[in-house]
Design a protein around this ligand. Structure first.
Ligand code: PLP
Length: 380
């Protein structure tokens, strides 16, 4: 299938076919898994298949990367063994004394990675409130190479105006990278001008809570993306062939799963908003969300993640997950099963998250069952 043909397809069609072909050797319809770490050379020393050693490339990784680039609307992708490895490779592509600007509310693992490791390697980092565009303008310096963004933010669902960030970052000579983990296929950072999109594909892409993986996708081939690719191949934080296969298989149903995650989440958010024990519901699809207008401009749907704050104290919030039967008490998101978590206790002492906040990852169960489960847990 020609790349040009695929780029005209709608997302549902691309998701089923991108990076897939009938296996020439066997006629297999499902993608074979190539566990081999090494590939035979021809007598002239070349590698006719294009593969030589699996850290460098592998048929399952190549197929996954092709599909990731097509589905996100980019040109090239590099797959990694986790979302965190993808983030690391992006920052490793920079040089000491390069300056980066990062949201103070980014995923807490990224904040730790930057503070504990990259600051030591002399990357210069400013953490700012990325919803404040003046703060971004004021933080830009001649050495600023990259502005990092994440929208909606975790766990309070603040949105950043991605088109505005792109304009400011580009005017300052910096690249704009977006962690789009929470909004795959429902928010299109490349269409808004972003240069790089990162995903923890552990989440919605894999979709079944059974594979850890990540990716960086570039709008265009560039020297910067080539450096990320170099880190991928030389540092070796690559996903194994079976991991690639699992993520690629998950992707076939991603557009339809996203639709259901979002529909379910809207129902649950509306229920929570009407509940007398709850003081705030953070969900961009609700009219009460302070940035609902921006959500309508920037997102096609509003995602499967919700957080809410109880009127009571943090100790009550910590106990609430114990009362649920359909939701599982666990971290992470984007799987078929709904998860519930008291967020501050997982983020640790540096957490800025209110003690009364509970985060939900809404799965694919029937929304009435999810609502009934929350209703019984919230009943006094
Ligand atoms: C928004 C976001 N970015 C990055 C990551 C890191 O991904 P991984 O756990 O695959 O390393 C996570 C994990 O929860 C996340 O939620």
């Amino acid at each position: 299938m020609a790349h040009s043909e695929q780029s005209n397809w709608r997302l549902e069609t691309l998701a089923v076919h991108a990076g897939r072909a009938i296996d020439g050797a066997t006629g297999a319809v499902a993608e074979p898994i190539h566990l081999s770490t090494t590939f035979e050379r021809a007598t002239d020393g070349t590698f006719p298949s294009g593969f030589d050693y699996t850290r460098g490339n592998n048929p399952n990784r190549a197929a996954l990367e092709k599909a990731l680039a097509l589905l996100e609307g980019g040109t090239v992708a590099a797959a990694f063994a986790s979302g965190s490895a993808a983030v690391s490779a992006t920052f490793q592509a920079l040089s000491p004394n390069d300056h980066v600007i990062v949201p103070v509310e980014a995923y807490h693992g990224i904040l730790r990675l930057l503070r504990n490791i990259f600051a030591r390697w002399e990357l210069s980092i400013d953490f700012i409130d990325m919803t404040n565009l003046d703060a971004l303008r004021e933080s830009l310096r001649p050495a600023t190479r990259l502005v990092w963004s994440e929208s909606p933010s975790n766990p309070t669902m603040k949105l950043t105006d991605l088109a505005a960030l792109v304009e400011i970052a580009h005017a300052g000579g910096a690249l704009l990278a977006c962690d789009n983990t929470w909004a795959p296929l429902i928010q299109h950072p490349f269409a808004l001008g972003a240069d790089l999109v990162m995903h923890s594909t552990t989440k919605y892409f894999g979709g079944h809570s059974d594979v850890l993986s990540g990716a960086v996708i570039a709008r265009e081939e560039s020297d910067f993306f080539q450096r990320i690719r170099e880190v991928q191949r030389l540092a070796g934080g690559v996903p194994g062939p079976f991991d690639c296969w699992l993520v690629h298989r998950g992707m076939a149903t991603l557009p339809w799963r996203m639709r259901a995650h979002c529909e379910n989440a809207m129902r649950v958010a509306q229920f929570l908003e009407s509940h007398p024990r709850i003081s705030k519901v953070h969900y961009p699809g609700l009219r009460s969300h302070p940035q609902h207008d921006l959500a309508c401009r920037q997102m096609e749907r509003f995602g499967g993640m919700i957080s809410f704050e109880l009127k009571e104290n943090g100790a009550t919030a910590l106990q609430l997950p114990n009362k649920l039967k359909v939701f599982t008490r666990a971290t992470s998101l984007g799987g078929v099963e709904s998860l519930i978590e008291h967020r501050q206790s997982i983020e640790g002492p540096e957490s800025l998250t209110p003690a009364s906040l509970i985060r939900l990852s809404i799965g694919l169960e029937h929304p009435d069952d999810l609502i009934a489960d929350l209703a019984q847990a919230l009943a006094r």
